[in-house]
Design a binder for this molecule. Structure first.
Ligand SMILES: Nc1ncnc2c1ncn2[C@@H]1O[C@H](COP(=O)(O)OP(=O)(O)OP(=O)(O)O)[C@@H](O)[C@H]1O
Ligand SMILES: Cc1ncsc1CCO
Ligand SMILES: [Mg+2]
Length: 282
């Protein structure tokens, strides 16, 4: 019997092709750990990264970008004005922007910074399961965070499938598309929920793969602004497939980092049609 066509694979290829053709300029206000991998991920996907974060130049620069990512990984008070100003500029100019709430439950300072950023209306919020659960809880009722259940650092202590309801709720309260990375990458607009069953567990052993994925989502949304959910899903699937293909060559996290970037650069339509595995979750 003939296989049904892989509609999500086709869509992922269309989005990746648009990124390669248009090379969207992506501003990344991000943590020091992620800058290198994030910029190289964007370049290998065909986008143009710019890791500018000085408040002095945002009014000149940010209005000209195709999308922005704001990542609070190594947050200090001095970074916040630039993050808020860039986010505000993007929201007022209808430039898509994506929030990565790294380690949101680590401190009240970080949580409050994130809540303020969520109020500036990101188009997409991407985090791991623990980050989305914590931000969702705080965005809805502002309860005291249960620090026993929350992770101490940047790595998730929850499975992505356990964050589906939290992701839907966060999407509904924030108006953003919400993406949760993990064994299954989940995307929701608060109503529909899709999952990409791509990627390899070893990707968790490379720091900033999640941060880089967030920037990739920004690049994909930049080329399909009116379909943020589909664009985010494509980015998650494409990154996961690059991880799977990279893993065939890798011996461990360090060589996976290298082969993941090479695989992303070399992805073709056939690879996406045969590997992208997206299903409707609810
Ligand atoms: N168990 C797993 N199986 C397959 N892929 C996974 C698994 N866990 C994570 N991934 C993939 O690893 C990538 C990074 O996701 P992760 O959830 O580790 O992000 P993160 O915790 O925000 O990372 P970081 O903070 O280091 O940037 C994603 O592409 C995700 O699909
Ligand atoms: C390890 C680490 N610490 C702060 S940000 C970051 C990168 C992964 O989120
Ligand atoms: Mg993260």
């Amino acid at each position: 019997m003939e296989e049904p066509p892989n509609e999500w694979g086709k869509k992922a290829w269309e989005h990746l092709s648009l990124v390669r053709t248009h090379s969207p300029l992506i501003q990344c206000i991000t943590n020091f750990v992620s800058m290198d991998l994030m910029a190289n991920t964007l370049l290998s996907a065909g986008a143009s990264p710019a890791m500018l974060y000085s408040a002095e130049e945002l009014h000149h620069f940010t209005p000209r970008v195709s999308a922005l990512t704001v990542n609070i990984g190594t947050l200090t008070p001095s970074w916040l004005p630039a993050m808020n100003t860039a986010a505000q500029l993007c929201s007022s100019l209808s430039i898509p922007w994506v929030l990565d709430p790294v380690a949101v439950s680590a401190s009240p300072f970080r949580l409050n910074a994130c809540l303020e950023l969520v109020r500036l209306r990101p188009n997409v919020i991407r985090g791991n399961a623990s980050e989305i659960i914590a931000l969702s809880l705080a965005s809805s009722t502002q309860p005291a965070l249960n620090h026993d259940a929350a992770p101490k650092g940047v790595d998730s202590v929850h499975e992505s499938m356990d964050a589906i309801e939290a992701a839907k709720l966060l999407a509904q309260t924030s108006g953003a598309v919400v993406a949760v990375s993990g064994a299954t990458d989940i995307v929701t607009d608060g109503n529909r929920v899709f999952g990409a069953h791509n990627g390899v567990a070893m990707m968790q052993k490379i720091t900033a793969t999640g941060c880089s994925l967030t920037a990739l989502i920004a690049a994909f949304v930049a080329v399909d602004k009116s379909h943020a959910l589909d664009a985010a899903m494509s980015a998650l699937a494409v990154f996961g497939v690059a991880g799977e293909l990279g893993m065939k060559m890798a011996k461990g996290p360090a060589s996976l980092r290298l082969h993941l970037i090479d695989a992303l650069y070399g992805l073709d339509e056939a690879a996406l049609l045969s590997h992208v595995n997206v299903t409707t979750l609810c």
